[in-house]
Design a protein around this ligand. Structure first.
Ligand SMILES: CSCCC(=O)C(=O)COP(=O)(O)O
Ligand SMILES: [Mg+2]
Length: 294
């Protein structure tokens, strides 16, 4: 069954977009990025030990491990005090432990980004984006919309992925980046902070993600939300599919131009067609306008 889209969704001026499972395959993150980070973290630390960025991230990793120890997180490994390179094996062990749990701590994500930088810059890594991403970004920005990224991956890691993507440098389409410094992705307050930051109402914003808990938090903050069902994503339940519009590709979202005088002003509605609520939509009608399905 094709997606059911509300008028509000299609009118949104600000699009906030998740990465893993939304613009980019989960398998690229799990099978390319994570193994690269694990393989190269020790070398990165050795080669960059005296860099400020390394000192800052090591201090943050140590702080995190102390917090985890206090909270009695199972399996946590500690990082000794001091600036000696002797503690590199302890850092590597902590990173391996965190990555085995797919933790989204800011310190781990920052270090991963630092390690990936070399791979992106020497061409070993090309950021995966689905086939429809570049075209959609182009259309959305051409129609006067602003695209923001909100991912657990650090802002620097996000920029690397889109700068060195399989579809070329996509950074020109992006108006801003947010990571977990603004808050965790499953918390309503994070989305409220993003709205404040981008000077948008919830009504004028659309969040695209693959994770139901993130969708729920964004919805609570007043944003419109559409869930992505990309190949390899976790299965969405029938209940989750009832609560949110679900699409398989960005091509399913088709916006109209934001009139110039309203760019940065009021939201635009797609005045073309307003159709009564329905449960089934033909492929051709995917881009039509429907009242939001609750
Ligand atoms: C942009 S860096 C790679 C992705 C990553 O490390 C990650 O944790 C992705 O999480 P997301 O919030 O984009 O689902
Ligand atoms: Mg995701």
């Amino acid at each position: 069954m094709a997606a059911v889209m509300s008028e509000k969704i299609l009118a949104a001026k600000n699009i906030v977009c998740d990465i893993e499972g939304t613009t980019t395959s989960i398998s690229f993150v799990k099978d390319t990025l994570f193994p690269y980070a694990l393989k190269n973290v020790e070398e990165y630390l050795k080669n960059n030990w005296n860099e400020d960025a390394t000192k800052t991230v090591v201090a943050a990793l140590r702080e995190q491990s102390e917090e985890d120890k206090k909270a009695e997180v199972e399996g946590v490994t500690t990082i000794s005090a001091g600036e000696s390179e002797d503690i590199i094996p302890e850092i590597v062990k902590n990173v391996e432990w965190q990555m085995s749990k797919d933790r989204k701590t800011g310190s781990l994500k920052t270090l991963q980004g630092l390690v990936w930088a070399k791979g992106y810059k020497d061409g070993t890594i090309k950021g995966h984006v689905y086939d429809d991403v570049q075209k959609a970004f182009e259309k959305w920005t051409e129609s006067g919309r602003k695209i923001y990224i909100y991912s657990s991956g650090s802002v620097d890691a996000q920029k690397l992925l889109f700068e060195h993507s399989e579809q070329g440098n996509l950074l020109k389409y992006l108006a801003g980046h947010y990571d977990t410094k603004i808050g965790a992705k499953r918390e309503k307050a994070s989305y409220e902070s993003i709205l404040k930051n981008i000077e948008s109402s919830g009504e004028e914003a659309l969040f695209l993600t693959d994770v139901y808990a993130e969708a729920k938090a964004a919805k609570e903050a007043g944003l419109n939300v559409v869930l992505l069902d990309r190949p390899g994503n976790a299965e969405l339940s029938d209940e989750e599919r009832k609560e949110f519009t679900v699409i398989t590709t960005f091509s399913d979202l088709s916006f109209e131009a934001v009139p110039k005088e309203e760019n940065g002003g009021a939201a635009v509605t797609n005045g073309k067609r307003k159709i009564e609520e329905t449960t089934e939509v033909s492929e051709e009608d995917q881009a039509q306008v429907y009242p939001n399905k609750k």
